[in-house]
Design a protein around this ligand. Structure first.
Ligand code: PRX
Length: 656
């Protein structure tokens, strides 16, 4: 890591916006001035770009920190803002979704059609007894029904909890339990890597397992037919989408809901084993989603073809597939499958086919394309691209330069956008057309956002120094809490700098001589693998749940492609070793984690060791294990209870 940081800090390349880009950009330098003069008035002005059934008169209420409200006395309907108002403005024929399935099937969905579908589904949900405030779990592949489901739930004032389709039955169950979902929307499956990958069986298993959990809350499972694979069926509980939705009425008047009406819960990994249900509400969230999509992605809805490659199971898919772009009336590409199916140029083929102008993706994807070589993208016409975005993890200058040169033809500005599930929308980024960009730095807080880099005591470190990133003022799309756990909300984000009222993001950062922010990765036990957040503790508890494992320690080790990779150290039970051979156990444990949490959590390496490095008080020293996993000289071991343990572990790891 330190050599990487040194490298970042010697980066001197700079790219000023072209006059041509600046002339048409949505962003202007005066946004910073307006926000600096009156931050709350600035956000109120952005909020007024939405349709309010009842206009708000209050901006921020921060009288009970850390619980904020924004635009509290206003009323709106989030789905109306994303759909009906565009149709009413005469834009019903504009394509909202340019959808492409992995097998090559296509659907073009206009704003009028999507509005219609959402109205029908809203009626179906109401008929099934879903009311404002109820929770609906969504477990779907990237198909238009996924976006429609989110919007229909929002339309009736209910709360969605989208669970990434790559998560296991077990992860799905714990999320359904925690939220107390009344309905699950799923499909028979989706296409991934050239074949139909089932989803419904995981829902069946999750609901069957719930027999052991708290009281059953799920009344129905609504199933989209996507892959036409056989599914097991529970009469009375399971319902086909195609039986109900097309037959439902397309008349549905969107009711207004208070600005602080909960919109969704999205689970994300924290430092403990239990994922946190991050809660977002309506007015402030939609305001910042729409505003940032417009100025950071420079979205011109009339002419752009926008493509954010994120799955709706992640916050990026919520804010920059569903809510931001649709609130802005954008035309966007949605692709169901994997980037390399059926060939490694699939993404670039899609860019050329639809004339994508704005591409928003993750550094991991860029690095894996880089590995494959420029000859693949070079086979496709990428000249339509005029803006590139990066999100999810730090982008190294090499990948940034490759992205600019090979994908962006040396002209498209790159915005490296820092934010989190908790922040709801982009917080730190260059403004295209305004900011001179630097490869590797996320750069500056957006207008209306206040960040700082501080030391452990909360003192500002100043330019040229590193520390912890904090957000010093509330922002409209901030999380409003952790579902069902206000104490954990306070503890996780606010207690560290309680006297100062700062939000602690969990990221290390450095300010360069110009005051630009360089993100340096997480400072807690959260890993970032391919831009996905994973908790070391969650994977450790999955491992010790296996009959063979007595103790486990997991670290995130640097990885050239995925940023970090999961590396596990396991101590095996004596009783297990007596009765079973160790051959094959490493593969079994890797697969086990995949089944317990989901394939993204599967460790790259599992090392069987006889001991773990612990302090005298019994705390596992993951820092030392990270040294081993990254093949470095092991750091200071003086606080270990047994200072010899590291050489034993090193021997066991290298022997493998
Ligand atoms: O460590 C930061 C990293 O991703 C974390 C948030 O993960 P998640 O909630 O899953 O949201 C990801 C998509 C917004 C952050 O705490 N991160 C995100 N974007 C960047 C980043 N690190 C560096 N640079 C970024 N642009």
């Amino acid at each position: 890591m330190s050599s990487q940081i040194d490298h970042l800090l010697t980066e001197t390349r700079r790219f000023a916006p072209s006059a041509e880009f600046a002339a048409q950009a949505n962003a202007h330098a005066d946004l910073y001035e307006a926000a600096a003069q009156d931050r709350e008035a600035f956000w109120a002005e952005q909020a007024r770009a939405l349709h309010w059934h009842t206009p708000f008169t209050k901006n921020l209420d921060w009288s009970n920190p850390p619980f904020a409200t924004w635009f509290e006395d206003g009323e709106l309907n989030v789905a109306y803002n994303c759909l009906d108002r565009h149709v009413e403005a005469g834009l019903g024929d504009r394509v909202a979704l340019l959808w492409e399935g992995e097998p090559g099937d296509e659907r073009r969905v206009t704003y009028a059609e999507l509005t219609d579908e959402v109205k029908r589904l809203a009626n179906v949900l109401t008929d099934l007894g879903v009311e404002a405030g109820d929770r609906v779990a969504i477990y779907l592949p990237m198909i238009p029904e996924a976006v429609a489901s989110m919007l229909a739930v929002a339309r009736i004032g209910a709360i969605h909890s989208v669970v990434f389709g790559g998560f296991s039955a077990d992860s799905l169950r714990s999320r359904i339990d925690d939220a107390g979902a009344k309905l699950v929307i799923t499909s028979d499956g989706g296409y991934r890597k050239g074949k139909a990958s089932p989803l419904k069986p995981a829902v069946d298993q999750a609901l069957a397992d719930r027999g052991h959990g708290p009281q059953e809350t799920v009344e129905h499972v609504l199933v989209v037919k996507r892959t036409d694979t056989e599914v097991s069926w529970q009469d009375g509980r399971d319902l086909w989408w195609h039986d109900l939705v097309p037959a439902a009425s397309a008349d549905h008047v969107a009711q207004p809901f208070p600005a602080e009406n909960p919109l969704f819960i999205l689970y994300t990994s924290g430092t403990t084993g239990k994922p946190k249900g991050i809660l977002h509400t309506s007015g402030g969230y939609l305001t910042q989603a729409a505003f940032t999509n417009k100025v950071v992605h420079d979205l011109h809805a009339e002419t752009d073809v926008y493509w954010c490659t994120a799955d709706i199971g992640w916050i990026t898919g919520h804010t920059y597939v569903t809510y931001g772009p649709l609130a802005n009336g954008a035309t966007q590409v949605i692709y169901e499958g994997t980037p390399d199916t059926p060939h490694p140029g699939r993404w670039w083929e899609i860019v050329a086919k639809y004339g994508v102008t704005i591409l928003y993706t993750a550094p991991t994807a860029i690095r894996s394309f880089m590995k494959l070589g420029r000859s693949i993208p070079e086979q496709h016409d990428l000249s339509s691209l005029r803006l590139l975005g990066s999100v999810g993890e730090p982008i190294n200058p090499e990948a940034w330069m490759w992205y600019r040169h090979v994908i962006g033809g040396d002209t498209a500005p790159i915005v490296d956008t820092w934010w989190q599930t908790e922040t709801g929308a982009i917080m730190v980024s260059a403004l295209p057309g305004v900011t001179e960009t630097k490869p590797g730095s996320a750069q500056v807080p957006l207008p209306g956002i206040s960040v700082d880099v501080v030391d452990e005591k909360g003192e500002v470190v100043g330019n040229g120094n590193g520390g912890l990133l904090v957000l010093t003022e509330p922002w409209p799309s901030m999380l409003r809490g952790i579902w069902g756990d206000p104490e954990r909300f306070k503890e996780t984000y606010w207690d560290k700098f309680a006297d100062l009222g700062y939000y602690f993001a969990g990221d290390g950062a450095r300010l360069d001589e110009d005051g630009d922010v360089w993100f340096l990765g997480r400072v807690d036990d959260v890993m970032n693998v391919s831009g996905h957040r994973l908790s070391t503790t969650e994977i450790e508890s999955a491992l010790v749940g296996n009959e063979a494992v007595a103790e486990a320690a997991v670290v995130g080790a640097s990885d050239e492609t995925t940023g970090q990779a999961v590396v596990a150290f396991c101590v095996i039970k004596e009783s297990y070793m007596k009765a079973n051979p160790l051959e094959g156990l490493v593969d079994t444990l890797r697969a086990w984690v995949g089944e317990q949490i989901g394939p993204i959590a599967r460790p790259r390496d599992v090392y069987i060791v006889t001991e773990l490095p612990k302090t005298r008080s019994g705390k596992i020293m993951r820092r030392l294990l990270r040294d081993v996993a990254e093949g470095r000289e092991v750091g200071d071991t003086t606080t270990l209870a047994d200072t010899m343990v590291m050489s034993t572990i090193k021997g066991q790891v290298t022997k493998k």
